[in-house]
Write a protein that binds this ligand. Structure first.
Ligand SMILES: [Fe+2]
Length: 158
């Protein structure tokens, strides 16, 4: 549930909807996107339903996954995280973008400015975690400080 609505959530990688998929194999183990003939006519073009090139990712319909879920939860909480952090959260599973540079033609200036931050984040995402247990009490003051800084209301609605 998010904000009172039941949603189907994609858990692995996200991709664009309503335009042609990228030529790169960025969907991992997900099934290929199958378009009906009617959808193919409207969506199976480079720009699909979008208004030509450089429309901006925030105007592109994406499959719904944990990226978008957290992005919306944080926005709703009134986070003061900088735009680069929110961009990373929103698109960190969009492998076609940050690993294959696909969809360059959909990015606007805002996306181009923040994309380098997303690429810098990637080495710290999957398969980068330590097996050593953390000392929660030792780390708690640091993370409580971050929470106070970036979540002034200190309240999240999941
Ligand atoms: Fe993730």
């Amino acid at each position: 549930m998010i904000l009172g609505r039941l949603l189907l959530i994609q858990t692995v990688r996200v991709y664009t909807k309503q335009c042609t998929p990228p030529t790169c194999n960025s969907h991992g183990t997900q099934p290929p996107i199958v378009l009906t003939p009617t959808q193919s006519h409207r969506y199976n073009t480079k720009y699909g339903v979008y208004k030509g090139p450089y429309c901006g990712l925030r105007n592109v319909h994406m499959s719904f996954g944990h990226d978008e879920y957290l992005f919306r939860v944080l926005q709703h909480a009134g986070t003061t995280l900088p735009p680069a952090a929110l961009f990373i959260i929103r698109y960190h599973s969009f492998y076609a973008l940050h690993q294959h540079d696909a969809y360059d033609y959909l990015l606007d200036d805002y996306d181009r400015e923040l994309l380098p931050w997303l690429k810098r984040f990637q080495p710290f995402d999957l398969y980068s975690k330590s097996d050593t247990p953390m000392d929660v009490e030792k780390l708690k003051p640091y993370y409580m400080g971050l929470l106070a800084k970036y979540f002034p209301k200190f309240e999240l609605q999941w």
